[in-house]
Design a protein around this ligand. Structure first.
Ligand SMILES: Nc1ncnc2c1ncn2[C@@H]1O[C@H](COP(=O)(O)OP(=O)(O)OP(=O)(O)O)[C@@H](O)[C@H]1O
Ligand SMILES: [Mg+2]
Length: 365
């Protein structure tokens, strides 16, 4: 006879490979139901974008068949409750589980493109996602989402007027470029830029999110230091292109996050414009900026490599026309972003399981 105890016993042999423990110990198995030979249960993953979803599901079925009964009819429901590891008192953005900065050393390597498409790909997997454009000097989100010139709505939250994020393509987003005149934003420098960013962070009413993706300005300056001292940043995704100048700057960016005063975990490195693929020859890859420079850098620095995004005309066009590539109809490009998003979500889950809780950085001068 199949019993709940036998099912749990069998599933305690199924390991979550990234977290290195079995599903029962990790408390991931819920709602076991047995009806004769029929066994139904739910596995609750730490992210809906988990790239190992199918593998874990098959391992569960095999465990029941081999260890409980070869006649069992097994139905496994896969769901997710995105993990978080915050210990910061939660004054700001209390309902946001993970805050991810998308940064680079060099400008123009595709941070904004990567940030927007990462947010959209995570949402397509079923996560609740927000995109915050923190590029005070040159906001791109209004153009990428085709909302330039629009103004957000306000809402009263416990007596305070707050900005309601805009919504499109299944995510929430907000940009400082939607709040102030573009010319005004560009002249902000130093303390003025920092206080504008702080105010922007505290004035937007994000509500519940699994992931808040933050598009950063280029470099490693005041805005980065302000942000990590204002909100608990779960980790940073670093964008680079394969050529040496970009790699050198990416390395500088990574050193900043790793420095003893900051210590914001690097979730991984993504190589953008990794190769050129012409639309009419989708099988051809031309490594015009050099081959796999980002991949080698990730290996050298022992940080996760999150994937390669090709240089294709449709990504640029999508960005200019207000329909990011993940929402477009180029299947190869969509797949590249979706694989990258899955690798990123996986690395975030591992970071939450294995590293110290997320805190607000305190820099002592
Ligand atoms: N993989 C790609 N294929 C084609 N075009 C791309 C790709 N990635 C980015 N672009 C284009 O390159 C330009 C710069 O990209 P993006 O604005 O995302 O860079 P950025 O790093 O955010 O720049 P900045 O440092 O100014 O913020 C944009 O026109 C964008 O559409
Ligand atoms: Mg940008």
């Amino acid at each position: 006879m199949i019993t709940k105890e036998k099912v749990l016993e069998a599933l305690s042999n199924v390991e979550e490979p990234d977290l290195g423990k079995d599903l029962v110990t990790l408390n991931m198995v819920k709602d076991i139901e047995i009806n004769g030979n029929k066994v139904t249960f739910t596995v609750v993953l730490t992210t809906p974008a988990c790239p190992l979803k199918e593998m874990i599901k098959n391992a569960c079925v095999n465990a029941i068949i081999h260890l409980v009964s070869k006649d069992a009819e097994v139905e496994v429901k896969m769901t997710a409750n995105v993990s978080s590891n915050r210990k910061d008192g939660k004054s700001l953005l209390p309902n946001v589980k993970n805050i991810i900065m998308v940064a680079s050393g060099k400008g123009g390597v595709g941070k904004s493109t990567v940030a927007a498409n990462l947010a959209l790909a995570l949402a397509q997997d079923g996560a609740k996602v927000g995109l915050m454009d923190a590029d005070i000097y040159g906001p791109s989100v209004p153009i990428m989402f085709g909302v330039r010139g629009e103004r957000p709505m306000m809402v009263n939250v416990e007596g305070k007027g707050m900005i309601v994020p805009m919504e499109k393509f299944g995510i929430k987003f907000m940009s400082i470029g939607l709040l102030v005149d573009e010319k005004q934003a560009i002249v902000w420098r130093g303390p003025m830029a920092s206080s504008a960013l702080k105010q922007f962070v505290s004035d937007v009413h994000w509500e519940e999110l699994d992931y808040l993706i933050i598009d950063m300005p280029p470099g490693t300056g005041d805005i980065h230091l302000t942000l990590v001292q204002t909100v608990p940043v779960t980790g940073a995704v670093i964008v680079t292109t394969p050529q040496d100048v970009a790699l050198a700057d990416a390395k500088k960016g990574i050193s900043m996050f790793n420095s003893p005063q900051i210590r914001v975990p690097v979730i991984g490195l993504v190589e953008n414009m990794a190769y050129f693929t012409p639309a009419e020859l989708p099988e051809n890859k031309y490594y015009i900026f050099g081959k796999e420079g980002g991949k080698r850098l990730a290996e050298e620095l022992e940080i996760p490599f999150l994937g390669q995004i090709p240089l294709v005309q449709s990504i640029r066009e999508g960005g200019d026309e207000g329909v990011p590539a993940v929402m477009g109809n180029d299947a190869v490009t969509r797949q590249a972003f979706s694989d990258f998003a899955a690798a990123t979500a996986r690395s975030i889950s591992m970071r939450n399981a294995n590293m110290e809780p997320t805190k607000i950085v305190e820099i002592v001068v």
